[in-house]
Design a protein around this ligand. Structure first.
Ligand SMILES: Cc1cc2nc3c(=O)[nH]c(=O)nc-3n(C[C@H](O)[C@H](O)[C@H](O)COP(=O)(O)OP(=O)(O)OC[C@H]3O[C@@H](n4cnc5c(N)ncnc54)[C@H](O)[C@@H]3O)c2cc1C
Length: 326
C-alpha cells in the first residue's frame, strides 16, 4: 500500500475521533516486542464507528488487519503498510444479567474472568491468566485446562468487510481446537453473548488462584513472549509427550538465534532477550519443527500467527514455506 494520504488520515479521524495513531512502533506495543513501524492504528469506540471504518476501508480499497492485544501475533520486521484496526479498552463494556454475560470484544480477558467470578458464575476460570482481548480469545478459541472459550459462547456479533453487522450462533462460529470461523472470514468481532452456570464464589476464586499460581510457576514471566509457540497434537502427545517436553529432549532449551531464545524455563516458549527480530523467531521455529519431524515423525504446528507487511494474517507454516534459515 502506498502510504495513506492526508485525506485518508483526516477521514479516519472523522470516523473514529480520538482513536487514530500514526507511525506506531510495533516493537513498542506488541507482546513479543518485535516488528517495524505501523503506518496507522485505528481504535473504534463503538460498533457504529467500526461499521463506518470498515465501509470506508472497503470503498477506498485499502488493505487492513484486525488485532487485539497482539499476544498471539508476530509482526514483520518491515512493519505494517495497512490500516490496523485495534479493538481494546475503547470497546470493552461488560453487562451481566443472571447467567448471561454481554461483553464487547476489546475487554481484557483476565478482567472479564474476575467480573464473571464476582457475579458468582462458573466456567470462565480457565481464562483468568490469558493475556488478551475477548475478540482475540474467540477468534483463537483460546483457553486452558483443555478448554476453549467456544464452549461458553451463545452468539457473536461481528462486522463484515463492507461494514454490515452479522450475528452468528455458536454452531456458525465453527469452534474447534484453537480455531474458529473468524480466522478465515475477515469479520471483526464486536461483542459476544456468553453463558455460564451459577457457582460458589469462594470455590471459583480458589480455582482461579490455583490456575494463576501454576501458570506463574510454569511459564516464563520476565521476558516478552507470545505464550505457547506450538500446538499440542494428540497423536504426538501419546507417542512422545507435550511439545515442551519434546523440544527440550531434542536439546533446544536455551537455544538462541539473534535475540530470540527458546526459554530456559519452558521449551515451548520463545522469549525476546532484547533485540529479537521476526526473522530470528521464524528461524528457531523452522529449526525446531524440522528436527521434531525428523526425530519424532510428527509435524508440530505453530499456534501464533504471522502478520505480513501488507496486513495478511498468515499461519506460520504457510509463512515458512520457502523460508530458509542461515
Ligand atoms: C504469556 C502468554 C500466555 C498465553 N497463554 C495462553 C493460554 O493459556 N491459552 C491460549 O489459548 N492462549 C494463550 N496465549 C495466547 C493469546 O493470549 C491468546 O491467543 C489470546 O486469546 C489472543 O488475544 P489477543 O487479543 O492478544 O489477540 P491478538 O494476538 O491480537 O490476535 C490473535 C488473532 O485474533 C484475531 N483477532 C483479534 N481481535 C479480533 C476481533 N475483535 N475480531 C476478529 N479477529 C480478532 C487477530 O486477527 C489474530 O488472528 C498466551 C499468550 C501469552 C503472551
Amino acid at each position: 500500500m502506498e502510504r495513506l494520504n492526508a485525506f485518508d488520515i483526516r477521514e479516519l479521524e472523522r470516523l473514529c475521533p480520538g482513536g487514530v495513531k500514526e507511525n506506531v512502533s510495533l516493537a513498542a506495543i506488541s507482546r513479543w516486542q518485535i516488528g517495524g513501524t505501523a503506518d496507522v492504528i485505528v481504535e473504534p469506540s463503538s460498533v457504529a464507528e467500526l461499521c463506518s471504518l470498515r465501509a470506508f476501508i472497503a470503498q477506498e480499497g485499502l488493505p487492513s488487519v484486525v488485532i487485539g492485544d497482539t499476544s498471539n501475533l508476530l509482526f514483520s520486521d518491515e512493519g505494517l503498510r495497512a490500516v490496523c484496526i485495534r479493538l481494546g479498552s475503547r470497546m470493552s463494556s461488560v453487562h451481566i444479567e443472571n447467567d448471561i454475560v454481554h461483553a464487547q470484544a476489546g475487554v481484557w480477558v483476565p478482567f472479564l474472568a474476575r467480573k464473571i467470578m464476582s457475579a458468582g458464575l462458573t466456567g470462565a476460570e480457565h481464562t483468568c491468566g490469558i493475556p488478551g482481548t475477548l475478540g482475540g480469545l474467540i477468534c483463537m478459541n483460546g483457553g486452558s485446562q483443555r478448554k476453549g472459550v467456544g464452549s461458553s459462547v451463545v452468539t457473536v456479533e461481528s462486522v463484515d468487510t463492507a461494514g454490515n453487522i452479522c450475528h452468528r450462533s455458536v454452531e456458525q462460529c465453527e469452534f474447534s481446537y484453537r480455531s474458529s470461523v473468524y480466522q478465515n472470514n475477515s469479520e471483526v468481532i464486536a461483542s459476544a453473548k456468553l453463558s455460564f452456570l451459577s457457582g460458589d464464589k469462594l470455590k471459583i476464586r480458589q480455582e482461579m488462584l490455583s490456575i494463576l499460581a501454576e501458570r506463574n510457576r510454569k511459564f516464563p514471566r520476565k521476558l516478552p513472549n507470545c505464550g505457547s509457540v506450538f500446538k499440542s497434537n494428540p497423536a504426538m502427545y501419546e507417542k512422545a509427550g507435550p511439545p515442551g517436553a519434546i523440544i527440550e529432549s531434542l536439546g533446544f532449551k536455551g537455544a538462541c538465534c539473534g535475540g530470540a531464545q527458546v526459554s530456559p524455563h519452558h521449551a515451548n516458549f520463545i522469549v525476546n532477550t532484547g533485540v529479537a527480530r521476526a526473522r530470528d523467531v521464524l528461524t528457531l521455529v523452522s529449526k525446531i519443527s524440522r528436527c521434531v519431524l525428523e526425530s519424532v515423525g510428527h509435524h508440530i504446528e505453530p499456534e501464533f500467527k504471522f502478520v505480513s507487511v501488507h496486513g495478511e494474517i498468515m499461519p506460520v507454516d504457510e509463512m515458512l514455506k520457502g523460508f530458509f534459515y542461515e
